[in-house]
Write a protein that binds this ligand. Structure first.
Ligand SMILES: [Zn+2]
Length: 356
């Protein structure tokens, strides 16, 4: 879908086949009038092939993906045999500088695509990113974490009805894929609509660089490059990814202090306790239970809640309860599973659950 903007020419910076260049895209101006630039790296194989973008921190505080891309940009052994890779450690540089999900105009960049050249600060930035990065690409991978005070077990978000997206999701080889198009105005939804199949990877928490999450992201990105003929190495995928069609947030009914009985990546049967809510003086107020057989996708990382606040994000499982043990084994068979769970669970209390 490239037009006059080609993968070899970036506002005066030439990137010949077989070469790697750092590029700085002008995207806005600060209040003091300084030019705001997005730093990115373009890597090209010697042969022709697809162009893939990998972006992180479109929400400026979600920097696990930044850690993954920084590992790739400094990897001298990452040699593409074909095609081109656009690596963007931080898309939302204005939010990143403020440890914020949002831009200074309080808008969400990931609800503002494809953007407008005459719109808000965020909309103008979205327009530029779409034209300079998405329009040059044939496929995309956008890296996220859970929102603030939550954590996520690593998963892929993908519209599997799109054959190009399905190919990427299969190739990535994550343990869990959640089906969906994504919100209106999100980079992945609008990129897909513009003919650039794109998936989202979600894992971990904001403001952290978690080793297991990063290793799992890099493994998936390399798997995609192998599938597209851009890297010559054996793929390294999870054996049988779990596909989730429907998710639900369990929300607090009472204000109080939570003790969790599950961790991200656990499989729970319908009715199993997820968290016990107690008062500050230790009186048990209620036990929140799973409404269906589910995979624990995400959890609150804050032990304090008031009514309506999120406790646990569950993915409904298609299989019946008697398959739960088999699903647990399937997830834990992945080489990275224990590492990811250990990394995620460090700030979550998991005492013995109460009797059902
Ligand atoms: Zn995000």
């Amino acid at each position: 879908m490239s037009d006059i903007r080609t993968i070899s020419n970036w506002s005066g910076t030439e990137v010949p086949p077989g070469e790697c260049r750092n590029v700085f895209l002008d995207v806005s101006e600060s209040y003091s009038g300084a030019t705001v630039k997005i730093p990115l790296q373009v890597r090209r194989g010697k042969s022709d092939g697809p162009t893939v973008f990998v972006t992180a921190a479109i929400h400026g505080d979600e920097i696990n993906g930044t850690g993954a891309i920084r590992t790739l940009v400094t990897d001298e052994h990452l040699q593409l045999c074909a095609g081109s890779l656009i690596l963007v450690p931080v898309l939302n540089v204005l939010g990143f500088d403020r440890h914020s999900r949002y831009l200074p105009d309080r808008r969400d960049l990931n609800r503002s695509f494809p953007g407008s050249a005459t719109g808000s600060q965020t909309s103008r930035m979205a327009k530029l990113i779409f034209g300079e990065i998405v329009a040059r690409s044939d496929f995309g991978i956008d890296l996220h974490t859970a929102a603030i005070r939550r954590t996520n077990f690593p998963n892929i978000r993908a519209d599997l009805a799109d054959p190009g997206v399905e190919r990427l999701a299969q190739a990535f080889g994550a343990q869990v894929t959640i089906i969906g198009k994504g919100p209106q105005g999100s980079l992945r939804r609008e990129a897909c609509a513009a003919g650039c199949p794109t998936i989202v990877y979600e894992g971990g928490e904001v403001s952290k660089v978690e080793p297991g999450i990063i290793e799992s992201a890099i493994r998936g990105i390399r798997n995609v490059l192998v599938e597209l003929g851009m890297l010559d190495e054996p793929p390294n995928r999870s054996a049988q990814p779990l596909v989730v069609k429907k998710t639900k947030w369990v929300r607090a009914d009472r204000g109080g202090f939570l003790e969790f009985h599950v961790a991200p990546g656990d499989i729970v049967a319908k009715g199993m306790p997820i968290a016990t809510n107690a008062s500050l003086l230790g009186c048990e107020q209620n036990v929140q239970r799973s409404p269906f057989d589910a995979l624990v996708i995400g959890l609150s990382t804050s032990p304090t809640v008031s009514p309506g606040e999120p406790v646990c994000h569950l993915g409904q499982l298609p299989e019946s309860a008697e398959d739960i043990e088999r699903l647990r084994k399937r997830l834990s068979a992945d080489r990275l599973h224990d590492k990811v769970v250990d990394d995620l669970a460090t700030n979550i209390t998991i005492p013995e659950p109460p009797e059902s």
